[in-house]
Design a protein. Structure first.
Length: 730
C-alpha cells in the first residue's frame, strides 16, 4: 500500500512540473516572449493549482474520502480526452485583438483539466492514505516529501534529459504515457481505499506535531511561512541572474534547493535538523548581509554559494516551522491549501507587484529580513514590555550607526583597508548575533543592515536613471570622469556613448567601426543611401550611426523602457544624431517582423543573445526562414553571438547548412588598453547570406572563416532546442 501511494504522489508531481515548460515552448513561437504572455501563463498555472487544492479540500470534506474517490476516478477518465497535450490544428492568435483571452482559452482547452487533476493529487492522495488502516496513516505528511522529490526530478530531468533528446511531439507522447500510468496508479490507490470498511475503528488522530483548533492567526502564519520562501526563491534567482552573473539555467539551482527543503522537513523526523537550522540561520545570514552592506566585488565562486546557502537555510527554517505546526491528518487538505495560497501570493508579489513599485530588486533583501522575523524565538519565558520596546529601539540605533558608517566610508576623506573592513565586519556580526534570540529584533537588525547598505551604496559612476521592467533592471551610468554614458541591463553592458560632441556619433562597445559589425556595412552590396536595415534589439541605438541619408532603418524592441531611454537626449543621442527618422517597433521581434513586407531588407541584424535568457524562438529553422523571406536578393543577416556562457556558433552553423546558405564568423581583433578604456569591447558576429557572392566584401581586412558545425549540436527548430549542448563549461 505504502509503495503504491508513494509512487502515485511522486508521479503526479513529476508530471505537474514537466508540463509547464513543455507547453510554454509550444506556445512561444505563436505569441512571442512578451510580459503579457508569461504573466498570463503564470497566473493560469497558479490559479489552476489553487483550484486543484481547493477541490481536494472541499470534495474530501463534503463527500467523504470514499465518495470523493469515485468522483475523482470519473474525473481522471474524462481528463484522458484532452491527451496528448499540444496546440491543435487551427489555433492561431488574433492579429488585431488582444491575444490574452485566446491564450487563456488555449490553456484551458489544451491542458486545463489534466493540470487541474494533477494539482489536486498531492493533498488528495495524502488524505486518502490517512483514511486507511496503514500504521503510518496518522502521519501521512511524509508523502509530501515524495511529492517534492518528484517535482525536483522533473525540474532537473526536463533540461537534462527530455529537452536535449526529444522533440516537443515526442515529449508530449512521453508525458501522455506518464499520465496514463498515473491514472492506473490513482485507480489502484482508490481501490485500496475502497477496501477499507466504512466506519472502521481506525480514526484520523492528531499527530504529535499537530494538535489544537485551527485559528485564523494560525492560517495567516501558514500563509506567511509559505509566502516568504516563495518570494525568496524568485528574489535570489533574479538577484543572482541580473546583479551578479547572467548565467543561463541558473534558476534551476535555487528551485531545486527550494524543493529539497520541503522534501527534508516533511520527512519522518525533521526535529533535530530544524533546531540546527534555526541556530545556523544567523551565522549564514549575517555574513551575507554584511557583504551586501559593503558592496564589495567578489568572485562568483564566493558570492553564489553564500547567497544560496543563506537562501537554503532560511527556507529550511520557514518550511521547518510549517512542518512543526502541521495539523492533524484530518485537516491536511486545508493546510496545503493555505500553503498554496502563500506560494501564489509570493509569486504574484515578485512577478507583478515588485517590478511596478521598486526600481531594483528590493524584494529580495526585504524577504530575507521578514523571514528572519518569523524564526522561532530562542529566548524562553514571558516577554516584558521593556523587552518588546527594545525590539524596535535597538535595531533602530543599529541602523542609524550603520547608516553613518556607510556614508563615512564613501567619503573622500575616509581611508580604510582590508584589515579595517574585517574589524568593522566582525563588530557588526557580534552585535547582530546578540539579537538572534529575539526574532523581531534580529529581523529588523538584518533589515537595517541591508537598508543602510542600499542607501549608501557607491556605484562605478553616477546612476542617471534606474528603471525596472518585466525584463529586468536598466541603469544609465555616467562615469566619474563624465566622459561616457553606459547602458547596463542587470550585470550586462548593452551599449555606451561618449559625451564629447565631437565623438557622440562614434559607435562604441561591440558596434565599433573597426570591428566585425563595421566590416558588415563595408561589405553590403547596396550603396549607402539606398539601404533598408532591420535591427532586432535597440539598446542605446548605436547601430543607427551606420545610417546614411536616404537609408531606411527599423528597430524591433520588446521592452518599451529601452526605447524611452534610447530616445532621451539626457542619456543617449545616437537616434537623434544619426537616424532621426528611424522607426522603433515594439513587441516580440519574430511576430513583428512577420508583418514586414517580403523581400524588403538589405540587412537584418539580430542583437538579442548577449544575456542569460536568450530568446530561443529567434534562432530556429522557422525563424531563419522568416528572416530570409524578408531579405532582398543579395542581402545578409548578421547575428551578434557574444555571450559569456553560451556558444551560439554551432547552432547557426547547423541552421546555415540546413537552409543551404553561407555563413562566416568575425571576431574583434585583440584590443589595446586604450581601446578598452574607450569602451571598445570584444564581440563575435556571424553573417549569413544566400550565396558566397553576397558576403564577398565583408571579410576585407580581417579573417572571416566559415562557421563550423559540431556534431553534438542538433538543428534547432520550434520543436527542438538544447541549451546544455552549447553551454561553456570552462
Amino acid at each position: 500500500m505504502l509503495l503504491v501511494f508513494t509512487a502515485t504522489v511522486f508521479t503526479s508531481a513529476t508530471l505537474l512540473f514537466l508540463v509547464q515548460p513543455m507547453f510554454g515552448k509550444m506556445v512561444l513561437p505563436l505569441l512571442g516572449g512578451t510580459p503579457a504572455v508569461w504573466n498570463t501563463s503564470m497566473l493560469f498555472f497558479q490559479a489552476m493549482l489553487l483550484a486543484g487544492y481547493l477541490y481536494a479540500h472541499l470534495a474530501t470534506r463534503g463527500l467523504g474520502v470514499q465518495k470523493q474517490a469515485r468522483v475523482h476516478v470519473v474525473l481522471l477518465a474524462v481528463s484522458l480526452l484532452a491527451l496528448p497535450i499540444g496546440v491543435g490544428q487551427g489555433w492561431q492568435p488574433p492579429r488585431e485583438a488582444s491575444p490574452i483571452p485566446w491564450l487563456l482559452l488555449l490553456l484551458t482547452v489544451s491542458i486545463g483539466l489534466p493540470f487541474f487533476v494533477l494539482s489536486s493529487s498531492g493533498p488528495m492522495l495524502q488524505r486518502w492514505f490517512a483514511s486507511t488502516s496503514h500504521p503510518d496513516a496518522e502521519n501521512p505528511y511524509f508523502l509530501y516529501a515524495a511529492s517534492n522529490l518528484g517535482s525536483m526530478v522533473a525540474l532537473l530531468g526536463y533540461p537534462l534529459l527530455l529537452e536535449p533528446h526529444l522533440r516537443l511531439v515526442q515529449q508530449s507522447w512521453v508525458w501522455t504515457g506518464g499520465y496514463g500510468a498515473l491514472v492506473a496508479l490513482t485507480v489502484g490507490c482508490a481501490w485500496l481505499l475502497w477496501r477499507e470498511p466504512v466506519g472502521a475503528p481506525h480514526q484520523l488522530a492528531a499527530s504529535a506535531s499537530g494538535t489544537g483548533t485551527i485559528s485564523n492567526a494560525r492560517r495567516v502564519r501558514w500563509v506567511l511561512l509559505a509566502l516568504l520562501p516563495s518570494s525568496l526563491l524568485l528574489g535570489v534567482t533574479q538577484f543572482l541572474s541580473l546583479d551578479i552573473a547572467a548565467i543561463p539555467l541558473l534558476w534551476v539551482v535555487p528551485l531545486a534547493l527550494y524543493l529539497l527543503t520541503f522534501t527534508i522537513v516533511f520527512a519522518r523526523k525533521p526535529g533535530l535538523l530544524h533546531v540546527a537550522m534555526v541556530r545556523l540561520q544567523p551565522v549564514v545570514v549575517l555574513p551575507l548581509a554584511i557583504l551586501m552592506f559593503w558592496n564589495q566585488s567578489m568572485s562568483i565562486t564566493v558570492l553564489f554559494p553564500l547567497h544560496l546557502l543563506a537562501f537554503f537555510v532560511t527556507t529550511m527554517v520557514c518550511h521547518g516551522e510549517l512542518s512543526r505546526d502541521r495539523p492533524p491528518a484530518a485537516d491536511l487538505t486545508e493546510f496545503y491549501l493555505w500553503i498554496s495560497v502563500g506560494g501564489v501570493l509570493g509569486g504574484i508579489f515578485n512577478v507583478l507587484i515588485a517590478p511596478a513599485i521598486f526600481d531594483r530588486v528590493i524584494e529580495y533583501p526585504l524577504a530575507i529580513a521578514l523571514a528572519c522575523m518569523l524564526r522561532p524565538a530562542l529566548a524562553r519565558g514571558a516577554r516584558s514590555t521593556r523587552s518588546r520596546v527594545l525590539d524596535l529601539l535597538l535595531p533602530l540605533a543599529f541602523g542609524l550607526a550603520l547608516l553613518w558608517l556607510g556614508r563615512a566610508v564613501n567619503t573622500a576623506e575616509w581611508s580604510y583597508g582590508e584589515g579595517t573592513t574585517a574589524v568593522l565586519s566582525a563588530v557588526i556580526a557580534i552585535v547582530g548575533l546578540q539579537f538572534a534570540s529575539y526574532p523581531i529584533r534580529f529581523g529588523l537588525a538584518v533589515g537595517a543592515l541591508l537598508l543602510a547598505g542600499g542607501l549608501t551604496k557607491q556605484s562605478q559612476g553616477e546612476v542617471l536613471i534606474r528603471e525596472r521592467t518585466f525584463f529586468g533592471t536598466h541603469r544609465v551610468v555616467r562615469d566619474a570622469a563624465r566622459m561616457h554614458h553606459r547602458f547596463v541591463h542587470g550585470s550586462t553592458l548593452h551599449g555606451a556613448q561618449a559625451r564629447d560632441p565631437a565623438e557622440r556619433r562614434r559607435p562604441l562597445t561591440y558596434y565599433q567601426r573597426e570591428g566585425p559589425f563595421g566590416r558588415v556595412f563595408e561589405g553590403l552590396q547596396r550603396p549607402p543611401g539606398e539601404r533598408r536595415v532591420a535591427v532586432v534589439g535597440l539598446g542605446t541605438g548605436a547601430a543607427a550611426c551606420y545610417a546614411a541619408p536616404g537609408d531606411e532603418w527599423t528597430f524591433y524592441e520588446i521592452d518599451p523602457a529601452v526605447e524611452r531611454i534610447a530616445r532621451n537626449p539626457r542619456y543617449f543621442t545616437f537616434l537623434q544624431d544619426c537616424a532621426p527618422d528611424a522607426r522603433v517597433v515594439l513587441g516580440d521581434a519574430r511576430l513583428s517582423l512577420a508583418d514586414a513586407p517580403d523581400h524588403h531588407y538589405d540587412l537584418i541584424v539580430l542583437d538579442a543573445f548577449s544575456s542569460d535568457a536568450i530568446p530561443v524562438h529567434l534562432m530556429t529553422r522557422e525563424a531563419l526562414a522568416l528572416y530570409l523571406s524578408k531579405l532582398r536578393e543579395g542581402g545578409a543577416i548578421a547575428f551578434h553571438i557574444s555571450n559569456r556562457y553560451l556558444d551560439l556558433e554551432p547552432v547557426l552553423a547547423a541552421l546555415v547548412r540546413d537552409a543551404g546558405l553561407v555563413g562566416m564568423i568575425g571576431r574583434t581583433a585583440p584590443l589595446s588598453a586604450e581601446q578598452r578604456a574607450s569602451l571598445i569591447t570584444f564581440s563575435r558576429w556571424v553573417v549569413v547570406g544566400r550565396q558566397a557572392e553576397d558576403l564577398l566584401g565583408m571579410g576585407r581586412g580581417s579573417l572571416w572563416p566559415l562557421i563550423e558545425e559540431q556534431p553534438d549540436v542538433g538543428l534547432w527548430t520550434d520543436d527542438f532546442s538544447n541549451l546544455l549542448s552549447i553551454f561553456r563549461w570552462r
